[in-house]
Ligand binder design. Sequence first.
Ligand code: MG
Length: 382
Amino acid sequence: MQRVAVLGSTGSIGTNCLEVIGSLPERLSLHGVAARSSWKLLGEQSERFAPRFAVLEDIRLKGQIPGGAFSPRTELLFGPDGVARIASDPEVDVVVSSIVGAAGLEGTWAALEAGKRVCLANKETLVVAGPLVMDLAQRRGAQVLPVDSEHSAVFQALQSGRSQEVRRIVLTASGGPFRGWTSSQLDTVTPEMALKHPNWVMGPKITIDSATLMNKALEVIEARWLFGLRADQIEVVVHPQSIVHSFVEFVDGSIMAQLSPPDMKLPIQYALTWPERLDGPAPRLDWQTAFHLDFLPPDLDTFPALGLGFEVARRGGTCGAVLNAANERAVELFLKGQLKFRDIPRACRAVLETHTFDLNPTLTDLRRLDGWAREEVTRWIS
Ligand code: MG
């Protein structure tokens, strides 16, 4: 029996994760849940699973929650300390890190310090501080297992060979809602248009990132640190059906892929139960209905965010933290109607170019740069 804490349990990954846990009651039990402020859904999760702890990160909610909203078997905690507490609780075996954005770093860090298995859905953690995070995991004997579908596919395919036999990995990208569009067509994009993803149902931040291809850029950086590859060993191919989740090419030319319908329950379950595979709730491919799979090269001129990802993966150091923070702020402003769609990668490039590069930053340096890059985007607009 594995006892699980889910950080970000009310988001898209979090709710899928609870479905997986609910369907494997002999193997997985929910020990803790944490959300930023969605107390109603968190209360329902407490009623259904009776975890030992529930955390609301927004400390202003303390004293505001009506009696009876949570199971009497659940202790309700508040603030970031509560998140760190459940991430490092001695009774927890596995921590699912699915808080969106750079905000997910703290809980992941606490879990790794405590030597846990971390199922990482928060790619920003590795984008911001990849080398520091992987080094911490190694020192504490903690595991970092990918939940991101592409990285889960690579992780599964890597098991067909030895690490020194890998030539390159190829991450697949759906291409998002604007695949095949021209730059001038992209000038007309509104938040409503960008929030409609053809294949995946996800939160707003990652949906916008998928439309700009910044999501793939962040995934290139994530893969570089997670698998210890060079940037030139990572490629991206557009695959509109989102059924092949990624490829690994070995030195002999053999290519291994992982296929499944686009649904996050499979990569979540694999990270939770690895190295075992269990019969779970993920949907299956139907081979009795004809379908085809397409692959085409990405359009780097129309979607310059992807080029930024390769560049940042190559340079490392402070670049990931700066790109991530600039993008988070730019997406926020785009959703508020204060920034144009095509200005998201432009703002990110401008902020990257002005920042003072450091190859070996500390966590404190990265936190400071995170704040700086957000302000810099605001300045860039005016
Ligand atoms: Mg992904």
